[in-house]
Design a protein. Sequence first.
Length: 282
Amino acid sequence: MKLARYGRPGQERPAVLDGDAVYALDGVADDIDAAFFAGGGLDRVRAALAEERLSPLDTTGLRVGAPIAAPGKIVCIGLNYRDHAEETGAALPAEPVVFMKDPSTIVGPFDEVLIPRASQKTDWEVELGVVIGAEARYLASPDDALACVAGYAVSHDVSEREFQLERGGQWDKGKSCETFNPLGPWLVTADEVADPQALGLRLSVNGVSRQDGTTASMIFSVAHVVWYLSQFMVLRPGDLINTGTPAGVALGIEGNPYLRAGDVVELEIDGLGTARQTVGQA
């Protein structure tokens, strides 16, 4: 299934896509959030689809919201692609590099991304987003991890490199500016993604290809990341994990062509849809 949310910010209406049709989840789900995943929401949607109990939703003119609402936390993995670590001059990590991102950074896949005030180094990062569907706590091995995944989405881990790397402290302040995590257009359920380590990721800026990689190049797989994180924190339904980005970020390109107001960023992951954001100024 593909789950989505349509409508103005804070007033999104949950829906499911079945082929070319879009159906409202009225009476089946109030929203696609922690309570939805923890309370068997995916099974309810599947049953409602099978029983043809859902009404079509006309999405003409409707904003596409992020496919999940209000995650409890966003956990990010840094330097998780060999080529990205190399382009930034960083050593390959022996264990996943973990940092947190403010959950309020999530916006829709076609919403505006705002460059923070005083920023000179706002950068792009296309990432595979992993949404947790069942509690992951001290998992015994990576073999147990994918059973805890609800689905996958295109995630844009926007970053301000000066704030992140040159201002001291942790990375979070370069990752948590408003609008810094466009997500979607859909949450594609895990049963529709045969292998999360076989997905192509692409990003362009103003029509120029900047990132073109594959999740096969991850240093730590999705399963390993979920298992690893579960040793240090409880992953709860609705949480989002950003799993790292391939080479091609502005930080690693000669001349460092960081984002400026008016730029257009387009992202795509195989089977998970496309997103497009225009850059504005905060």
